[in-house]
Design a protein around this ligand. Structure first.
Ligand code: AMP
Ligand code: ZN
Length: 113
């Protein structure tokens, strides 16, 4: 399967890694929308939130644990940040490997849609 984030996780496409463990990989977004813009992705290919099930959902809670840990490490846990996962065309998803954006380091726009 041709998947950009699977290739990044494998190391076939370069990325700026900020964290990695057995189940997740985190790296800097190539087109940052905020001073801190990290993507956290499961190593297992899950296309989007639509494919989260009872069998694979443990990785989601782990992603939030990693988000909290990285926010602290990157100095945005007190100032605040946003965790976003776009799903499908209307949600603005462009890469169909589930990912969570961590955005912070500035006062973010409050517009939700
Ligand atoms: P989304 O639009 O929610 O699917 O988010 C996809 C994100 O992946 C966008 O914010 C892109 O800037 C980011 N992106 C695309 N290609 C790369 C890459 N090679 N390395 C890092 N981030 C990327
Ligand atoms: Zn993938």
């Amino acid at each position: 399967m041709d998947c950009l984030f699977c290739s990044i996780i494998k190391g076939d496409i370069p990325s700026t890694k900020v964290y990695e463990d057995e189940t997740v990989y985190a790296f800097k977004d190539i087109n940052p929308m905020a001073p801190v813009h990290i993507l956290i992705v499961p190593k297992q290919h899950i296309s989007s939130i639509n494919d989260v099930t009872e069998e694979n959902s443990a990785v989601i809670s782990h992603i939030y644990e990693v988000a909290a840990m990285l926010a602290k490490e990157l100095g945005i846990s007190e100032s605040g940040y946003r965790v976003v996962s776009n799903c499908g065309a209307d949600g603005g998803q462009t890469v169909f490997h589930l990912h969570f954006h961590i955005l912070g380091g500035k006062k973010l726009n409050v517009t939700m849609c």
